[in-house]
Ligand binder design. Structure first.
Ligand code: PEP
Ligand code: MG
Length: 588
């Protein structure tokens, strides 16, 4: 048989590593149902298959509804009542069964046709309640179709042989369900460098390339894929020469990383003795061991929402307190910054239906969602306070955009403290409170926020998205997403200066901190701490240790009076080329 021709694609490398394995195409989209004629005696079996799928679908929706009620309250869970009504609607069901009997064809195309007819009819009605039911019918039909095919919507859990997952898109919770022993890497059509799926890939240390636009159209399951997760190169059915070239590259990369491992116990100190603490960003409990193993000290960002995204049931106060205490104990006495829930937009518990918002990233998410659901928020605040019996625990609020949010969150925290006091449960009354600076309005009122907190943490992933009006997960506009844009570095400089004037410290926990080329710039601006994915901590430490603080300050001064992102990029590139050229192997 003739070897298949090599196809080369270029996307965004979001998690380093070179992988070579068979492709496994995962489709979360409902394909058009294939029509098959059936004999009269097959009809009862076909109807039984349909009824089974309806029961499974009903149970799945009930299960999701219960979970959502526990985390987000009954109001959000009631969205699923409409789904239950669809799956239990006898008129709809009988319509499908009647057609199967009459036309003698399998149930899938009949179901699709009947559902489309109902949905089209409803969407034309001039009544917003009824027209919204059209979307419910389409959603439920998709789920019934998946159950008819005997496939679960979370196909990730079912992968049983080593492969590279190829998907149109993966949500952070799909990614959290990856079996690392089987999934050697993944590639997707959609996505960009700071999407939460990319963050998850780094957390899991699974090489990944996203934003490939059409990889699902080009690859067939079983094709061989070679990918370089640092540079974003993907080769489908690579030539023997290509495989050989990358075998050598993989060896080089492993060697560089092994050398970086020797830095583990060395201090993150510049050549002229300036200390830049490096802490870790963690999403999963399994990452805790990697923090120290990769030479980070403490946790600068615990993205707690991932405790809610992975796993099938939702953590209650005890479970959360146990998780936070485990992190605090493991890192003691280094600090552990626990960020309160940043749920919403693309980070939704499995099966949770987002509130119908035009712009979910500007909608009811993070601190807004927590403040509007005090019972959910207080459960978490109590759990964090309980863990603060280890006095290295600190607390941080995400996506703050005005001072009232911090005042309200602190008031709820005080309520929780009073309750725990009365219950005789120990906690740290002087717990340090910080806020993320990831919305431009927060950066610009840093002086007004400062009296209410002890520290700031710059979430540059969102700060760039919201300052530049560029969706951080959208590959079509990723060329506009520029960490070195003058607006961004001016905002960072402003926040750092204001924080120091008020006796506060400022860290950077966005992806910028983990980019070796940008580390000297951030250090030179005066950032007090860098918090990065454990797997990237060795590279960041390497840069810090090869840098003169005085050079970093000079670089920052030049950058801050530059006229474009490209000029700043050039300055940063020249610096890294001078001090740590081997790290360029891991970037473009
Ligand atoms: C950020 O926005 O930079 C950040 C660290 O938060 P997240 O990536 O979880 O939105
Ligand atoms: Mg953020």
């Amino acid at each position: 048989m003739q070897a298949k021709k090599e196809v080369i694609l270029k996307g965004v490398g979001v998690s380093p590593g070179i992988a070579l394995c068979e492709a496994q195409l995962i489709s979360f989209r409902t394909e058009k149902a294939v029509q098959r004629e059936i004999a009269a005696e097959e009809v009862p079996g076909e109807i039984a298959r349909f009824e089974d799928a309806l029961i499974t679908t009903h149970d799945q929706i009930k299960h999701i509804q219960k979970q959502v009620a526990e985390v987000l309250g009954d109001e959000h869970a009631s969205i699923f009542d409409a789904h239950i009504l669809v799956v239990d609607d006898r008129t709809f069901i009988e319509d499908v069964i009647r057609t199967v009997k009459k036309d003698l064809i399998n149930v899938e195309p009949v179901l699709q046709a009947v559902a489309n007819r109902y949905a089209d009819m409803l969407s034309k009605v001039e009544d917003s309640y009824l027209s919204e039911r059209a979307a419910d019918i389409r959603d439920v039909t998709k789920r019934i179709m998946a159950n008819l095919a005997g496939e679960s919507l979370d196909q990730m859990k079912k992968i049983k042989k080593p492969c590279i997952v190829v998907a149109h898109d993966l949500s952070p919770s799909d990614t959290a369900n990856i079996d690392r022993t089987m999934v050697k890497a993944f590639v997707t059509d959609l996505g960009s460098a700071t999407s939460h799926t990319a963050i998850m890939a780094k957390a899991l240390e699974v090489p990944a390339v996203v934003g490939l636009h059409n990889v699902t159209a080009v690859v067939d399951s079983g094709d061989e894929i070679l990918l370089d997760g640092a540079r974003g190169h993907v080769y489908i059915n690579p030539t023997p020469e290509r495989i050989e070239e990358y075998r050598k590259r993989a060896q080089d990369q492993v060697q560089i990383l092994q050398e970086l491992d020797t830095l583990r116990d060395k201090p993150p100190e510049t050549l002229d003795g300036y200390l830049v603490p490096i802490t870790a960003n963690i999403e999963l409990m399994e990452e805790l061991d990697a923090v120290g193993a990769r030479g980070a000290k403490g946790i600068g960002l615990f993205r707690t929402e991932f405790l809610f995204l992975s796993g099938s049931s939702l953590p209650d106060e005890d479970e959360q307190a146990e998780a936070y205490s485990k992190a605090a104990q493991g890192q003691y006495p280094s600090p552990v910054v626990i960020r309160t829930l940043d749920l919403g937009a693309d980070k939704l518990p499995s099966g949770f239906q987002a509130p119908d918002e035009m712009n979910p990233f500007l909608g009811d998410r993070a601190i807004r969602l927590c403040l509007s659901r005090p019972e959910l928020f207080k459960t978490q605040l109590r759990a964090i306070l309980r863990a603060s019996a280890y006095d290295n625990v600190q607390i941080m609020y995400p996506m703050v955009s005005c001072v009232q949010e911090v005042i309200d969150a602190n008031a709820l925290l005080c309520e929780c403290m009073d309750e725990l006091d009365k219950e005789g449960i120990p906690f740290n009354k002087d717990i340090q409170i910080g806020t993320m600076i990831e919305v431009p309005s927060a950066a610009l009122i840093a002086d007004i926020l400062a009296p209410h907190v002890s520290f700031f943490s710059l979430g540059t992933n969102d700060l760039i998205q919201y300052t530049m009006a560029v969706d951080r997960g959208n590959e079509n506009v990723s060329h506009l997403y520029k960490p070195t844009h003058m607006a961004i570095i001016r905002l960072i400089d402003h926040v750092v200066k204001v924080s120091h004037e008020h006796g506060l410290w400022t860290s950077v926990c966005g992806q910028m901190a983990a980019n070796p080329q940008l580390v000297p710039l951030l250090v030179g601006i005066g950032v007090d701490e860098l918090s990065v994915s454990p797997s990237l901590a060795p590279m960041v430490k390497d840069v810090v240790r090869k840098l003169y603080y005085s050079d970093a300050v000079e670089l920052a001064q030049k950058a801050l009076v530059s006229s474009s992102a490209e000029c700043v990029e050039e300055l940063c590139h020249a610096m890294i080329k001078k001090i740590a050229p081997e790290l360029l192997e891991f970037s473009e």
